[in-house]
Ligand binder design. Structure first.
Ligand code: AMP
Ligand code: ZN
Length: 154
């Protein structure tokens, strides 16, 4: 894929988003948060509207809008951190399962346009049993072959 240089207008829109970004404000200490972990690259805070008690979000300190913008190195580090926190939180919270969720774009449920990875503890008797259920589609004959061909990557 060829990455196009952003125009002045596009850059302006990005700056405006960053300017008003709630997570950047949290990074700057302008908005309070309950922090459970911090290093040079990330801050991990409790989500203010949790799907379950203990629901946390991993935030890169730098503003990247989504997975497409996030540098590969940080993406790798975020997943390593998620694994560490999943184990730690599961032990501390004694939860029965754990979801990692990451939304990109409005249609995908993203509401804050600063990359973040949700860490959601799940409980057998929790209140969000259908957090991740969707209506399944059916493939036409031959459709999976075509799609697999389209999506093949080295
Ligand atoms: P998403 O819908 O994937 O973009 O998730 C954004 C998340 O940010 C939501 O779960 C919100 O509850 C959470 N959130 C928004 N504002 C704050 C805040 N000030 N502190 C902690 N979490 C927040
Ligand atoms: Zn931001």
């Amino acid at each position: 894929m060829i990455l196009q240089k952003s125009t002045k207008k596009e850059r302006c829109v990005l700056d405006m988003r960053k300017e008003n970004c709630i997570f950047c404000k949290i990074m700057e200490g302008e908005i309070p948060s309950s922090t459970i972990y911090e290093d040079g690259d990330f801050k991990v805070i409790l989500d203010i509207n949790p799907a379950a008690k203990g629901h946390a979000i991993i935030l890169p300190k730098e503003h990247y809008e989504n997975i497409y913008e996030l540098p590969e190195e940080l993406a790798g580090k975020a997943m390593v951190l998620a694994k560490k926190l999943a184990a730690h939180m599961t032990e501390k919270l004694e939860c029965d399962g754990f979801n990692l969720i990451q939304n990109n774009g409005e249609i995908a449920g993203q509401t804050v346009f600063h990359f973040h990875l949700h860490l959601i503890p799940r409980y057998q008797d929790g209140n969000n049993k259908d957090l991740l259920t969707w209506n399944v589609l059916q493939y036409q004959e031959g459709e999976t072959d075509k799609l697999a061909e389209l999506l093949k990557i080295d």
